[in-house]
Design a protein around this ligand. Structure first.
Ligand code: 0A1
Ligand code: ZN
Length: 878
């Protein structure tokens, strides 16, 4: 394997910057290939830094034109410059001005970091280390500066010019066809929050009055002609701002808030101060082009980026190891927002499904790392489910442990103390320790220890004494770099449920007034008294901790929870646990008595009969079996994806047959009541109807096909149209091919819709799919340079198509390896993300495992890999 020479950055090596930059004046003359940037930096030595240190600025692929110190151009021997750095050995020990002129080529920038072009427009992406691709800088999050940006461009090319902060001046440059705009951001910020945009863009706007009565102009900029597709995003922005005022007391702090949608973007969106830049898929929506899920994602991501204004921007991170300080907390905030705007329990189930599918998976594979990592080779590779999603779970657990009121008081104190600073996880926890008087040092282990804790629980009822005892044991498996683990502080929200569902007045002194037991040792036990009949324990209500639970209860008892638990999450969980037991056993070739499957189907049928109507979205979730990937994760070793696929298909068929009467009823009754609306209640009806269609088709393919064809033709919105096409893709034959072709034709000029079409085809669990994917790479709408297209077609194939990516002959792995190498030359971040699909290779059966290893090695031995890909491939093979 190739030797990795990339230096490792370590948390323990952190030291303050030797210099500070109080203000930055940037003058950017936009040009497609020769953009000129003049940066004027007001600098001074940092009293907390070393007094003899040289001034070493970061760069990346930069071309230096000139550098001047206090207005005097420096001679060549007075500094050292390369595309990667600019060093002045003898920098002044008093405040000074450094003026640097660089030239950059936005058109050649395919990495989509720094200044680049998307759809002919200019835009920037600076997190984490992209600002150094614009000018030489102290490109680290603990250097905070006030920015003034002057942007100049051809008026015809870029009539719209946007920067951070407030607009302060604009005008024409006489006789040149050029114009300029000046933006000033009064809030000191790190360079990763810098942004500018120049281009031809349409705009929608509205005025927002903040809680203290200030007027803020909210605007969204999109491709001209698509303005009305931004209405939902603008509405979501306004709701987010109101929510943050109401729930966290946080007010917006500039005169304008701008959002720009671009079509080439590596991630979801970016929280640049006052100028959020979004992947257009998380802004643009119309009933004809977007699904209910798209609307929900738009709402969540608009909120997420807006919430960063306080958790990320006003309080930023001291260093990149603290990434979870802004990301975990902001995900928690956006989840709370979505829960308040929609159905809390349905949303919680969705959050947990994502957490398990992505974060538990990551935590059990070669890329496992702590929520606050202690070292990295490439920071771009740490924008992970662990930092984001598990990071959010930690904040949620903290709130569960200390309670709502103290949580709010702690947040207030955190904002008060840390506003305007670059903070750490310790600063965050200290605010909560101080308001509650609690010692949170044991809790802090959640940030340090990687791996998903397992909790084993045993229950014992003593009918004579009317007590019920629960014994808990915890352990966390070894993960890379962490062979041994300590016990975690695990909040267990719990209760007891009687078999007949009637309330049990049992009590336990170890359970607090919010129903939470804090399990913080390797083993512990608690006893309930006053238990008048045999109960079923309902544990980890609302998924109170990100752990894997095993509870040795028979299926019939678990199904009591589906029927009677007051906690909706655990009702859903009970059905999932039973389904998972049956599916895992079947996939492993174990004998599962038909009676057990029948009992499960009957429980589902009676749930559908009794409760489904009340909350259709919840019912749709209960009726959806664990995914093939979830089953693989549960099995954990020697996985045969084909066996899993067969077991799950068979179970879907059986459920479809035994619940057919209810499913047909839902299919007929859960129709749209009026014109399309993306609200949660309407979306819930559609989801139950479409989940019913899916099960009906599994039970009776030809009847299902007929229903799906009819729905595809008559659908009035993308949710229903796509759901019917999705059902058709599971049914091979001419009808499917015809439907797929017509859909592709109908949306040929709608890239975001074609992405869904790419994904559907890439996830067909049949042998021809790899060839189909290769064929689709030739489609005129496909582009290897556009991350959305690549992820929709190739990312989905690798991440979602269990049987075809993990083909027994290794062709899926070899294909992905070739794409990773190809994309690495253009866009290393994209390549590295695709490569994470190999995270499950070690859990496959041996033939697949060796094919995967060979594919990984073929990547590893290539010369000149990017740092992004080099890092992932070497960790995947370790
Ligand atoms: N801070 C953003 C995520 C983000 C990170 C890196 C990027 O560079 C390509 C872009 C966006 C967020 O959490 O929304
Ligand atoms: Zn974020």
């Amino acid at each position: 394997m190739r030797i990795d020479t990339n230096p490792i950055v370590r948390l323990e090596d952190y030291r303050p910057s030797d210099f500070l930059i109080d203000s930055v004046e940037l003058d950017v003359k936009l040009h497609p290939t020769e953009t000129r940037v003049v940066a004027t930096l007001a600098m001074r030595p940092n009293p907390e830094g070393r007094s003899d240190a040289p001034l070493a600025l970061d760069g990346d692929e930069l071309k230096l034109k000139t550098v001047a110190l206090n207005g005097r151009t420096l001679a060549d021997e007075e500094f050292e410059a390369s595309p990667q750095s600019l060093t002045i050995a003898q920098a002044p020990r008093q405040p000074f001005t450094l003026t640097i002129e660089t030239e950059i080529n936005p058109t050649a920038n395919t990495k989509l970091m720094g200044l680049y072009r998307s759809g002919g427009n200019y835009c920037t992406q600076c997190e984490a280390e992209g600002f150094r691709r614009i000018t030489y800088f102290l490109d680290r999050p603990d250097v905070l500066s006030v920015y003034t940006t002057r942007i100049e461009a051809e008026r015809g090319d870029a009539p719209v010019l946007l920067g951070n902060g407030n607009p302060i001046e604009s005008g024409s440059i006489e006789g040149s066809g050029r114009h300029y705009a000046i933006w000033h951001d009064p809030h000191p910020k790190p360079s990763y929050l810098f942004a500018l945009v120049g281009g031809r863009l349409g705009r929608i706007a509205k005025t927002f009055a903040t809680m203290s009565g200030r007027a803020v102009e909210l605007a969204i900029y999109v491709e001209p002609g698509k303005e009305n597709r931004a209405d939902y995003a603008l509405d979501a922005l306004e709701r987010s701002m109101r929510w943050d005022e109401r729930v966290f007391g946080r007010e917006y702090d500039l005169d304008v808030f701008n959002i720009v949608a671009v079509s080439d973007f590596n991630m979801g969106a970016m929280e640049n101060k006052g100028l959020n830049i979004f992947n257009d898929k998380y802004v643009l929506a119309s009933p004809e082009t977007a699904t209910d899920m798209d609307y929900a994602h738009i709402e969540a991501i608009i909120a997420h980026e807006y919430f960063h204004n306080w958790t990320g921007n006003r309080v930023t991170c001291r260093d990149w190891f603290q990434l979870c300080l802004k990301e975990g907390l902001t995900v928690f905030r956006d989840q709370e927002f979505s829960s308040d705007e929609r159905s809390r329990s349905v949303h919680r189930i969705a959050e947990v499904k994502t957490l398990r599918a992505r974060q538990f998976l990551e935590d059990s594979g070669p890329l496992a790392h702590p929520v606050r990592p202690t070292q990295y080779r490439e920071i771009n590779n740490f924008y992970t489910a662990t930092v984001y999603e598990k990071g959010a779970e930690i904040v949620r657990m903290l709130k569960t442990i200390i309670g709502e009121e103290d949580f709010r008081r702690g947040m207030d104190l955190y904002f008060e103390r840390c506003d305007g600073t670059a903070a750490t996880v310790e600063d965050f926890l200290k605010a909560f320790a101080d308001v509650t008087g609690r010692n949170l040092s044991h809790f802090a282990r959640w940030y340090e220890q990687s791996g998903t804790p397992r909790v084993k629980v045993k229950g014992q009822y003593d009918s004579g004494a009317q007590t019920y005892r629960l014994d808990f044991a915890q352990s966390t498996p070894a993960t890379p770099g962490q062979p041994r683990k300590d016990a975690m502080a695990i909040p267990v929200a719990l209760g007891l449920v009687a078999h007949d569902g009637l309330p049990l007045n049992a009590t336990c002194e170890r359970v607090d007034e919010r129903g939470v037991f804090l399990f913080d040792r390797p083993e512990d036990g608690i006893t309930f008294t006053g238990v008048t009949s045999l109960p079923v324990p309902s544990l980890f209500r609302g998924f109170s901790a990100p752990v894997k639970v095993s509870l040795d209860l028979p299926n019939e008892e678990l199904l009591v929870l589906l029927r009677h638990d007051t906690d909706a999450f655990n009702r859903w969980q009970a059905a999932q646990t039973v389904a998972m037991r049956l599916l895992a056993a079947r996939s492993n070739g174990a004998d599962v008595a038909d009676a057990e499957i029948d009992a499960f189907s009957a429980a589902l049928a009676s749930f559908m009969e009794r409760d489904a109507q009340e909350d259709p979205a919840f019912a749709a979730l209960v009726g959806t079996l664990p995914s093939e990937a979830d089953i693989a994760q549960e099995i954990g070793q020697n996985v045969d994806p084909d066996a899993i696929h067969r077991a799950r298909s068979e179970m879907r068929r059986r459920i479809g047959l035994s619940c057919a009467r209810h499913l047909r009823r839902f299919y007929e009754s859960m129709t749209d009541l009026g014109p399309y609306s993306p609200d949660a209640a309407s979306a819930g009806r559609r989801s139950l109807r479409n989940a019913s269609l899916d099960l009906l088709a599994a039970a009776d393919p030809s009847a299902g096909e007929a229903l799906a064809v009819r729905q595809l033709e008559s659908a009035s919105n993308m949710t229903d149209r796509l759901a019917s096409l999705s059902v058709l893709t599971t049914l091979p034959g001419a009808v499917r091919e015809e439907a797929v072709a017509r859909f592709g034709e109908r949306y040929r000029s709608e890239p975001l819709v074609l992405d869904k079409w790419f994904t559907l085809q890439a996830t067909i669990p049949e042998d021809g799919t790899l060839e189909r994917v290769k064929g689709l790479m030739q489609h005129p709408a496909f582009s290897i340079a556009n991350p959305n297209r690549v992820r929709a077609l190739i990312g989905s194939f690798a991440m979602l198509n269990q049987v075809q990516f993990n083909r027994a002959d290794g062709a899926g792995y070899r294909f992905l390896a070739s794409i990773v190498l190809r994309t690495d030359e253009l866009n290393p971040q994209l390549a590295a993300r695709l490569l994470t699909a190999f995270g499950t290779w070690r859990m496959m059966e041996s033939a697949r495992r060796s094919h995967a290893e060979e594919a990984l090695r073929s990547i590893a031995q290539k010369p000149n890999l990017s740092r992004d890909v080099g890092d992932i491939v070497s960790r995947s093979l370790e």
